[in-house]
Write a protein that binds this ligand. Structure first.
Ligand SMILES: *Cc1c(COP(=O)(O)O)cnc(C)c1O
Length: 384
């Protein structure tokens, strides 16, 4: 639809606003796994639902438009999207990947890809020279995630894209933390944008889903082929849940990130906390780049206590946030990266990345910020 509309309007007034057949204002859930062909010679748009389905397609078109791409793909999970996109590579290829990548991606790259002859190098993506130095003749992909998880490091997207283009290789960007409301990597030259739609896009802790978006049409064809070959597709009920979540994405992202900025500032003034990671803080080394390439600092922050024991007391005493794996929901989610998101990473590797035993990650939801602060204050009291 029209490019001049703001993203908040596009979330509601897109091609799928009204069902052309009935006028329904909610995308119909089409359960059919197969579609009758009226002609012996020429098949219609839909034949078998692994290949395409109207409900899933609606979600795919909406995310493609939001990210500024030509084609979107809905997957059974974020990891289904990520692992399928990696299958664009072939035996003998090499990947340069951010060292603080999501734990599941780390597991896939270190334990699955090597069996297929695809090698990798982990780098600190915030250091241009380090990235350049790890590029090899067979490097076919640079994989970034910004802000990173859980230490919120910021990668300069355009700078990485320039390196990738000079080496004639692809760039993938996991955009889960900011969503197209705040950051649109395709506009900066990234080739494939990946999402765990389980997080902010779905937004309500009630669906596991993944999305991929591309701008280049040929790349779109290759990814469509893999999507259908692996069958890593999103079911129709779940597609509908993500479509519904998307309608409120802009207001949720704005409210949560505003509260996150406030909480990060507040935590950084508490003597109980030894370190706060949030790209909106004046002390954050990536603040400037973040502000150039995104329109917000996001709704996720991490903070550290000096010991595991202190983190434990805090978690056991807060009442509002749920203590759980995941992020990006209407309720605030507190998690313990060492055993949750990064539980699949060896301790030594974790510590190298700053994921200490005292580190907690907070994904800020839609509660009143004053209630969260009061809750945290009473938990701090228990630490004395
Ligand atoms: C959760 C997450 C994933 C994986 O997504 P699933 O939907 O859990 O498979 C990938 N990347 C990031 C940044 C995530 O937070």
């Amino acid at each position: 639809m029209s490019n001049h509309l703001t993203i908040q309007t596009k979330l509601l007034h897109n091609e799928h606003k009204v069902d052309p057949l009935t006028g329904a204002v909610s995308v119909p859930i089409q359960h059919s796994s197969t579609f009758h062909q009226y002609s012996f010679d020429e098949f219609g748009e839909y034949d078998y639902a692994r290949g395409s389905n109207p409900t899933r397609k609606a979600l795919e078109e909406v995310i493609a438009e939001l990210e500024g791409g030509t084609r979107g793909f809905a997957f059974a999970s974020g990891m289904a999207a990520i692992s399928t996109a990696f299958m664009l590579l072939s035996k003998g290829d090499h990947v340069v990947i951010t060292e603080d990548v999501y734990g599941g991606t780390y597991r896939f790259v270190t334990e699955v890809l090597p069996r297929f002859g695809i090698e990798h190098s982990f780098v600190d993506m915030t250091k241009k020279d380090e990235v350049v130095n790890h590029m090899k003749a067979n490097t076919k992909l640079i994989y970034i995630e910004t802000p990173s998880n859980p230490t919120l490091k910021i990668t300069n997207i355009s700078e990485i894209v320039t390196i990738a283009k000079a080496h004639n290789c692809l760039t993938f960007c996991d955009n889960t933390f900011l969503t197209p409301v705040f950051q649109r990597p395709l506009e900066l030259g990234v080739d494939v944008v990946l999402h765990s739609a389980t997080k902010f896009l779905g937004g309500h802790s009630d669906v596991v889903a993944g999305l991929a978006v591309v701008k280049d049409e040929d790349l779109g064809k290759r990814l469509a082929f893999l999507h259908n070959s692996f069958g890593t597709i999103l079911g129709v009920q779940d597609s509908w849940l993500v479509l519904r979540g998307l309608k409120t994405l802009q207001v949720r992202m704005h409210a949560s990130s505003k509260a996150a900025a406030y909480i990060a500032e507040w935590l950084s003034n508490r003597q109980e906390v030894s370190c706060v990671y949030y790209p909106g803080l004046a002390t954050h080394p990536g603040k400037e780049i973040q502000e150039q390439q995104s329109t917000s600092h996001g709704a996720v922050l991490s903070f550290e206590f000096s010991t595991r024991e202190k983190a434990k007391i805090f978690v056991e005493n807060v009442r509002l946030p749920v203590f759980a794996v995941s992020l990006g929901a209407v309720e605030s989610i507190l998690s313990y990266p060492a055993t949750m998101s990064h539980g699949s990473m060896p301790k030594e590797e974790r510590e190298k990345r700053g994921i200490t035993e005292g580190l907690l990650r907070l994904s800020v939801g839609l509660e009143g910020v004053e209630d969260i602060i009061k809750d945290f204050e009473q938990a701090f009291e228990q630490m004395k």
